[in-house]
Write a protein that binds this ligand. Structure first.
Ligand SMILES: NC(=O)c1ccc[n+]([C@@H]2O[C@H](COP(=O)([O-])OP(=O)(O)OC[C@H]3O[C@@H](n4cnc5c(N)ncnc54)[C@H](OP(=O)(O)O)[C@@H]3O)[C@@H](O)[C@H]2O)c1
Length: 250
């Protein structure tokens, strides 16, 4: 992929890994379109980057998702890379919380359903490009649930499963669109504040690993701990479950 001439849409771009990716792409000379809910944060961060603009969108709301796609089709037709990275998680214990049902709806409608919508809506636009890619952030917990974020873990397992299917369909169609899955490990971002662990790595290091993965045509990119979970999972799913919960202290 030639990142220098890319136009990259990044969701969850105001903080954490999305912001680290926005900085990286901007430094390479790409045009960056940053998406999130917090306007002030996006405005401040975009102002510090070269070639960056932003769109405010709550991805969990269907009408805002629809408007986002209309905006892209009208104003950002040159987008060739879409990094679907936004996510939320709620820290609770199963059967201790009578809000589990509502929590799971909020998590699915942010972490999963927008990815289905945006990949379907934007694939026709990407298909016209030479270097076209969706990058989607999942997690090592796609293989084994973290008991302190149980329904969140299930959203990432669903997303991982969806990505496998989508990649195969695109390959069968001989589509130029590539699908990269970033299976993030424990990363030091606002998202993971509630998790006490010395295994956290920096968002910049994860984005560096993502890029080297893409450059070496790896499609499932598992930095550090995620690779350890994956290798353990292949040997023993139960061992992987214990490993994840040891890492998060759950
Ligand atoms: N940090 C970790 O340990 C870890 C581990 C594995 C996977 N991940 C995944 O990595 C991704 C990025 O998270 P991060 O760690 O970089 O944390 P982060 O800094 O909290 O980033 C999450 C981003 O998602 C945006 N967002 C949340 N809900 C949204 C909504 N409804 N509509 C639009 N944007 C929304 C937030 O911005 P606004 O609040 O402004 O909307 C925020 O910028 C997530 O998918 C997360 O599940 C994180």
């Amino acid at each position: 992929m030639n990142f220098k001439e890319s136009t990259v849409l990044i969701t969850g771009a105001g903080t954490g890994m999305g912001l680290a990716a926005a900085k990286w792409f901007s430094e390479q000379g790409s045009r960056v379109v940053m998406v999130a809910r917090n306007e002030q944060r996006l405005k401040n961060e975009a102002a510090q980057l070269k070639n960056a603009s932003y769109i405010i969108c709550d991805l969990s709301l269907p009408e805002q998702l629809h408007f986002l796609v209309e905006n892209i089709k009208l104003n950002y037709q040159d987008i060739n890379v879409v990094f679907l990275n936004a996510g939320v998680a709620t820290n609770y214990t199963l059967l201790d919380n009578n809000q589990a049902y509502e929590t799971s709806i909020k998590e699915m409608s942010t972490n999963f359903h927008p990815v289905v919508y945006l990949t379907h809506q934007l694939a026709p636009l990407l298909e016209l490009k030479k270097d076209a890619a969706f990058i989607i952030t999942t997690s090592g917990v796609a293989f084994a649930p973290d008991l302190s974020h149980p329904t969140y873990s299930a959203t990432k397992a669903a997303l991982h499963n969806y990505i496998l299917g989508l990649r195969l369909v695109l390959q069968r169609k001989e589509s130029p669109i590539k699908i990269y899955e970033l299976m993030a490990p424990l990363v030091d971002t606002p998202f993971s504040q509630a998790v006490q662990s010395d295994l956290k790595v920096s968002p910049d290091s994860v984005i560096e690993r993502l890029i080297t993965g893409i450059e070496s045509q790896e499609y499932e990119i598992r930095p550090g701990l995620s690779e350890d979970i994956y290798q353990t999972y292949l040997r023993s799913p139960l061992e992987a479950l214990l490993m994840v919960n040891q890492a998060t202290g759950a």
